[in-house]
Design a protein around this ligand. Structure first.
Ligand SMILES: [Zn+2]
Length: 80
């Protein structure tokens, strides 16, 4: 993952809410803040809506890779 300023800032300030177009880290971070993700996490499965968002915002990644990246941000938030 290329290191973009918005992601670097988010690591220091998880609630910054700054996103850069074309950055997979930023896309994953935006997904992590979506109700779609909360619903999928609550149900413990890939809901059709969540699958759709992963595919739309992280089209170059497999579902597992994209989900892992989203989780890396939610885990980070949990530690913060
Ligand atoms: Zn970024």
């Amino acid at each position: 993952m290329s290191d973009c300023p918005a992601c670097a800032n988010a690591r220091a300030h998880p609630r910054s809410g700054i996103f850069q177009m074309g950055c997979s880290g930023c896309a994953a971070r935006s997904i992590a803040s979506m109700p779609t993700f909360f619903n999928a996490a609550k149900e413990g499965r890939f809901t059709p809506e969540y699958r759709g968002v992963l595919h739309q915002l992280l089209p170059k990644m497999t579902q597992a890779e994209a989900h892992g990246l989203v989780r890396s941000w939610t885990d980070q938030k949990a530690r913060a």
